[in-house]
Design a protein around this ligand. Structure first.
Ligand code: UDP
Ligand code: MG
Length: 324
């Protein structure tokens, strides 16, 4: 191989994004040209079809230019896993992860890459969503989530930082060594460490379709974050149990004294009911939470692969990519 130029892999997962295929291919082509011109880097595109039910993969294969590959997963595994599937294929000196729905602009992508090129002491530059468009309630909830999950760790999960980021090859390799099946990328990125830098940005509106994140999805996803990265909920359980026991003891003492010193007959029925219902409810909720942790343990202990590849479609362009 002749002395080769540094390479940039662009990893983009997509799920039912056929309508934005040609626009995204155009964005990628423009980005590739700019990257080649400004930083002298060769670009290879790795798209991951996360089990789309439309003909997105075919559309992409018709409109993508240059050197590319489309990894088609055997079904929908979720974005977190799709990103891993892309990273597994990456060999580049740098790897950029971006969405295929045009919410991650070429402008910001270039800024991310420029930051990494200009700062040899930085390993990862991530885009940090300024959440200007989010409702107050949502952003407060997000803040609460991060403060809870970060309250007991040696690494911090930065607020509002998603997958949109560029990293050195070594970081990408490190990430692929984390084979969690129930993946929470924000946590994995933070866990992996390296020197990371934030770049604030506002995402574009979606070009077509809707976000795949419903409110229920978001709750499940936050729970995933907790169960794979935090013991705080378990500690809260112990604490609430302790508090309940303490309150019971205090109340018991009160009743005891009332009977002994004042001879007040205890009106028992309502307080009994309250105690039973309250503690019963609390018990069930907390059991469920422990169940979540057990479920994570169970799924991680099964010796299954994180995802299955159906096939890989490649561009005809002979690429001089190093093999690993
Ligand atoms: N995506 C995916 N698998 C999924 C859901 C989404 O690969 O199961 C892709 C989607 O096509 C898009 C990116 O992940 O390229 C971000 O998804 P989405 O726009 O739904 O999330 P948001 O932008 O709201 O965070
Ligand atoms: Mg999106």
């Amino acid at each position: 191989m002749a002395e080769s130029r540094p390479t940039l892999d662009i990893v983009a997962p997509f799920f039912n994004e056929a309508p934005s295929a040609s626009a995204f291919a155009e964005l990628l082509a423009a980005l590739e040209a700019a990257v080649a011109q400004r930083f002298g880097m060769t670009v290879h595109k790795i798209l991951v079809d996360d089990g789309s039910r439309d003909d997105g993969a075919k559309r992409f294969s018709q409109v993508l230019t240059g050197s590319w590959q489309i990894v088609r997963l055997s079904r929908n595994f979720g974005k977190e896993v799709a990103v891993l599937a892309g990273l597994d294929q990456s060999r580049g000196d740098m790897v950029l992860i971006m969405d295929a729905d045009l919410q991650h602009s070429m402008d910001i992508s270039l800024k991310l890459i420029a930051e990494l090129v200009e700062h040899p002491d930085i390993d990862v530059v991530y885009a940090q969503n300024d959440r200007r468009e989010a409702s107050w309630r949502r952003s407060q909830l997000a803040r609460l989530f991060y403060s809870l999950i970060n309250s007991s760790q040696r690494f911090d999960i930065p607020e509002n930082a998603g997958d949109f980021r560029v990293m050195r090859g070594a970081v990408a390799r490190a990430l692929t060594s984390l084979r969690d099946k129930r993946r929470f990328n924000k946590g994995l990125f933070a866990w992996a460490g390296f020197r990371q830098k934030a770049l604030p940005y506002s995402p574009e509106g979606r070009a077509s379709g809707t976000s795949k994140w419903s409110r229920l999805n978001l709750i499940a996803f936050s729970l995933e974050g907790f169960t794979s990265f935090s013991v705080i909920p378990l500690r809260l359980i112990s604490l609430s149990g302790l508090l309940a026991a303490f309150a019971g003891a205090v109340y018991g003492a009160k009743v005891f004294f009332e009977v002994i010193f004042y001879g007040i007959a205890v009106p028992g029925y309502p307080s009994l009911l309250v105690a039973v219902v309250l503690l019963g409810g609390l018990n069930l909720t907390l059991l469920g939470l422990i169940g979540e942790y057990v479920w994570v343990t169970l799924s991680e202990s099964k010796d299954r692969p994180v995802y299955i590849v159906r096939d890989v479609v490649r561009s005809d362009v002979a690429s001089d990519r190093p093999t690993r």
